[in-house]
Write a protein that binds this ligand. Structure first.
Ligand SMILES: Nc1ncnc2c1ncn2[C@@H]1O[C@H](COP(=O)(O)OP(=O)(O)OP(=O)(O)O)[C@@H](O)[C@H]1O
Length: 245
């Protein structure tokens, strides 16, 4: 039986602005991510990687085409249905973490579970487990201003993986981490995919893309040559100044 589709982008386009200031960030992008699949998205700065992730996570709306998360068309479900789907099924690691300063690390991680109706005890247990997976269980009671940038980034990753999300979307999730911790985070994402999640990672580091089953390369808002990227992501980065990792 073929693996279940977790995410599908069908002819998705995204333009920002109007008239002479229009920017076409994505142009007719098709992409399917199955359960158990870890997909890396690479490409030069401005090629549309963050836009693709934001649309897939329902944080922004497409200008054209349709996006399906676990079969639900994001452009055609209600705002409430979309909010529920995002809470239950989607874990998102933001570039700027998006954590809540008045909550401690464990509370930040537990929040999406509690919003979704989990008891505080169960949510806290799952939050502790997610913090353990990213290596900072001992910092569960710390507030954000007591954590380093890298530790905050790990809290953000824990929040995205907590509660066995079906789809994990991570936008450059290792920027504040040293290379050893970065590799550990890749191993965490790999394990989530092996356990059945669909994982999409935006990265400019070829060695991180090496953890993925498939590499999708974007250029000027279009998907170019997945097969080549799969065989040798370095080759696709070679002519892009400032992106070789
Ligand atoms: N909110 C916005 N308003 C206007 N233009 C935007 C907005 N967000 C992105 N863009 C433009 O859309 C294009 C794609 O941007 P996007 O951030 O998706 O690229 P990226 O590949 O993630 O880049 P980077 O690697 O630098 O983060 C760029 O030309 C960018 O300037």
């Amino acid at each position: 039986m073929p693996a279940r589709q977790i995410l599908e982008l069908s002819a998705v386009s995204k333009t920002y602005g109007e008239g002479s200031t229009t920017v076409a960030a994505l142009r007719a992008v098709d992409l399917v991510v199955h359960a158990g699949e870890f997909v890396a998205v690479m490409g030069p700065s401005g090629s549309g990687k963050s836009s693709l992730l934001a649309l897939a996570g329902g944080l922004d709306t497409a200008t054209g085409g349709e996006i399906y998360v676990r079969g639900a068309p994001l452009g055609r479900i209600t705002v409430a249905e979309k909010a529920r789907l995002r809470r239950r099924a989607v874990g998102y690691v933001f570039q700027d973490y998006n954590l809540i300063p008045s909550l401690n690390a464990a509370e930040n991680v537990a929040l999406p579970l509690e919003l979704d109706g989990a008891t505080p005890g169960k949510a806290h247990r799952q939050a502790k487990d997610a913090l353990r997976q990213v290596g900072i269980e001992d910092l569960a009671g710390r507030f954000l201003d007591e954590l380093s940038g890298g530790q905050q980034q790990r809290v953000a990753i824990a929040r995205a993986i907590v509660g066995e999300k079906a789809l994990i979307l991570a936008d450059e999730p290792t920027g504040a981490l040293d290379s050893v911790t970065g590799e550990e985070i890749m191993a965490v994402l790999r394990r989530r995919a092996d356990a059945g999640a669909g994982v999409v990672l935006v990265t400019h580091e070829a060695r991180h893309a090496g953890w993925a089953d498939r590499v999708v390369f974007l250029r000027d808002g279009r998907v170019v040559d997945q097969a080549q990227a799969e065989n040798d992501p370095h080759s696709l980065l070679a002519d892009v100044p400032g992106t070789a990792g």
